[in-house]
Design a protein. Structure first.
Length: 254
């Protein structure tokens, strides 16, 4: 459901319903709107009551908003380098009256340790740009390009920053492209984040994966669990039961 009129909306923006908890988000179709990968990441990441979470590259703030519905006592910090996106995400936080639980900062995740302090977070979560700068022609000033290409920091810098701000045995959760999985797993291990969970995401059961979810633990023991693939569409072309449940998730966990 979309709304086009609200005091917090600026020209060109709209309000979208997030899930059954009544959360809403402000988006601008001409800039960048969240996708399925953000929804899947927010539902797949391991989470416990009372934890502190940092979202690297929060964009519209969709991941902090969705995580807030899983537990009532989380505190989530979203870092977003683009001032216009950070400002929009802040308005979504205000819209949902979550200022006491979600903090959006206009900041570069590469400076997260200087900004927030080392060893502060139980979970770092990120839906990072999938493409290196060399992959295709880009407009480095556009919100879409920044979301898709490593304009402001590559994978290694993200992993180094995550390792710096995680508490011992803290977790890093990412959704990425399978084509770069080797670089992701190797990069995590290089900064002391041991990959612990891996789940491939397929458009259909007979199609190759186009996303991969990975979760690692800082200083964790070497043991990787490869979970069953998550399939988006069934043979009838409709969303699978699990996908619908994850899209509609939001009941608070106990």
């Amino acid at each position: 459901m979309q709304e086009q009129s609200h005091p917090l909306l600026l020209p060109g923006e709209r309000l979208d319903q997030l899930n059954r908890t009544g959360l809403r988000i402000i988006q601008h179709p001409g800039r960048f709107c969240f996708g399925m990968d953000a929804v899947l990441l927010s539902s797949l990441a391991s989470l416990k009551a009372g934890e502190s979470v940092c979202d690297f590259g929060t964009g519209t703030g969709v991941i902090p908003l969705l995580l807030s519905s899983r537990f009532a006592d989380l505190h989530i910090t979203g870092l977003e380098i683009q001032s216009s996106m950070a400002e929009m995400a802040n308005r979504s936080v205000i819209l949902n009256a979550l200022q006491d639980r979600i903090t959006i900062l206009q900041a570069d995740f590469r400076t997260a340790a200087d900004l927030a302090g080392k060893r502060k977070f139980d979970l770092v979560i990120s839906n990072p740009p999938y493409k290196a700068l060399k992959d295709g022609l880009i407009n480095p000033s556009s919100a879409q390009a920044i979301a898709r290409h490593e304009v402001f920091g590559g994978l290694d810098e993200l992993l180094q920053s995550a390792a710096a701000v995680l508490k011992p045995l803290g977790r890093l959760a990412l959704i990425y492209r399978p084509q770069r999985l080797v670089a992701l797993l190797g990069g995590m291990a290089a900064v002391g984040i041991e990959p612990k969970r891996l789940r491939l995401i397929q458009p259909m059961i007979n199609r190759k994966p186009n996303l991969v979810f990975v979760e690692g633990v800082l200083g964790g023991k070497s043991e990787l669990m490869v979970e069953p693939s998550l399939v988006i569409y069934g043979e009838d072309g409709a969303y699978t039961k699990e996908l619908l449940e994850r899209y509609d998730s939001g009941a608070q966990e106990r």
